[in-house]
Write a protein of this length. Sequence first.
Length: 122
Amino acid sequence: MTGWTKAKFESFIKSTLRKGTTRWPPKYEVLNAAKRGKQINQESGRLAEHYQCAECGKLFPAKLVVVDHIAAVVPLTGFVSWDDVISRMFCSADGLQVLCKPCHAIKTKAENAQRREYKKSK
Ligand SMILES: [Zn+2]
């Protein structure tokens, strides 16, 4: 086909699906629900909408938050099927939460550690 490895092809499909979530309505439902009004953005000094992080409860401008999948898109116990990835990726609003980037980084790190533990235990 393209000369890509299976792993490269899988990560290409995953990132392409992830890009599709920018047009997924529940994502905006969750973002809108986390809005806490305009405040001065500490970095730019300008008035900007702020969002509340579901983990630490602090307020951040849009650039510093992400919409996180509460349950990882690829299960911590490993890939099951593309149908599974798609239904986890495009879940309803109750499967999503707004996190600040530092809280998201901590969650991702913990999930990756669990993935490694699981692989080792097999
Ligand atoms: Zn946070």
